[in-house]
Design a protein around this ligand. Structure first.
Ligand code: CP
Ligand code: NVA
Length: 335
């Protein structure tokens, strides 16, 4: 938990310092070097980060590429069509070679075992940009977004200084949908940060967390603050925040007809949350990309939705991680 808080505080700082440079129109006037506004630290100067992506990405890739640029480094996008990995070369050899020339690896893979193999053989830190089991950089953006909107939740405390983020009161977070990578990081994070998690997924066993994920949840003692049900109305009861994700994750396209049947009734709507007794001021999060199956337009584009702040915050949180793990080599973050 202290490591998560540290990355998020760092992300908030980088956002504050960088935003005037990144978006010169913010505040109504363009900034020029030497105008007195501090520039982001160039902790990645002369460094190259390999973006090893075997699946599509909009947010994660853009966040990583633009974050590298603003920290003074270079991102090298390596898709499946670009390099030998997976066709002519093993993950073991690729990790060693890429890590011999770059200062960090940010990898989006299929099976989670693939990223473990990369990490085992890489001489430089490897960050998971999404695997079958986990999506750790997503929860950082989600949490920063909630902290930035802490004033919307009763009982939030003011920041200790003008530079600090406000603390969130203990929240009830509901997740309605598939037990996939995005939810799995919620399972191991919200309880550790003092929040209760209520999950609804269809009754079939394939929509429950896989054993290695649940073992980790239990190992961290997070299960004590998780309620898992099959009725979405029961899950959203008392919720301050409602979250969902696609019902058809990348690679599951062939299962689409069956999944649409199994998830019928799980779409997040105003009606569902009213009938389930969510907090009247509940807010909505979604990692994106979004389909209408899992959330209707009224919620997604409505005033409860924080989804585009959440998407923007992918950049600042990934920038903080790159800064701390690739820029300053703070190995305590890996422990
Ligand atoms: N949320 C997220 O990871 O989006 P991308 O797949 O576009 O990176
Ligand atoms: N669960 C989704 C998340 C996309 C960011 C997937 O794996 O496709």
């Amino acid at each position: 938990a202290p490591q998560i808080s540290r990355v998020i505080q760092r992300a908030a700082l980088l956002k504050r310092v960088s935003k005037p440079w990144v978006s010169p129109a913010v505040g109504g006037k363009a900034l020029v070097p030497g105008s007195g506004t501090p520039e982001p630290e160039q902790s990645l100067a002369h460094k190259t980060i390999a973006l090893l992506f075997s699946k599509r990405s909009t947010r994660t890739r853009l966040a990583a590429e633009t974050a590298c640029l603003h920290l003074g480094g270079r991102a090298l996008f390596l898709g499946t069509e670009d390099i030998q990995l997976g066709v002519n070369e093993s993950a073991r050899d690729s990790a060693r070679v890429i890590g011999g020339m770059c200062q960090g690896i940010f990898a989006r893979v299929g099976e989670h075992a693939e990223i473990e193999e990369l990490a085992r053989h890489s001489p430089v830190p490897v960050i998971n940009a999404l695997s079958s089991f986990w999506h750790p950089t997503q929860i950082l953006a989600d949490y920063l977004t909630l902290q930035e909107h802490a004033h919307l939740f009763p009982g939030s405390s003011s920041p200790s200084s003008s530079d600090a983020l406000p603390e969130l009161p203990p929240l009830t977070v509901a997740y309605v949908g598939d037990s996939a990578n995005v939810l799995h990081d919620m399972l191991v994070t919200y309880p550790r940060l003092g929040h209760a998690l209520r999950v609804a997924s269809p009754p079939q066993p394939q929509y429950r967390a896989p054993t290695p994920v649940w073992d980790r949840v239990v190992e961290l003692g997070c299960d004590k603050r998780i309620t898992w049900v099959t009725d979405p109305r029961e899950a959203v009861h008392g919720a301050d925040v409602v979250v969902t994700d696609t019902w058809i994750s990348m690679g599951q396209e062939a299962e689409k007809p069956q999944r649409l049947k199994d998830f019928a009734g799980y779409q997040v709507t105003e009606k569902l949350c009213r009938e389930g007794g969510a907090n009247p001021d509940w807010k909505f999060l979604h990692c994106l990309p979004r389909k209408q199956d899992e959330v209707d337009d009224e919620v997604f584009y409505g005033p409860r939705s924080l989804v585009f702040s959440e998407a923007d915050n992918r950049k600042w949180t990934i920038m903080a991680l790159f800064d701390l793990l690739f820029g300053k080599w703070d190995k305590t973050l890996l422990q």
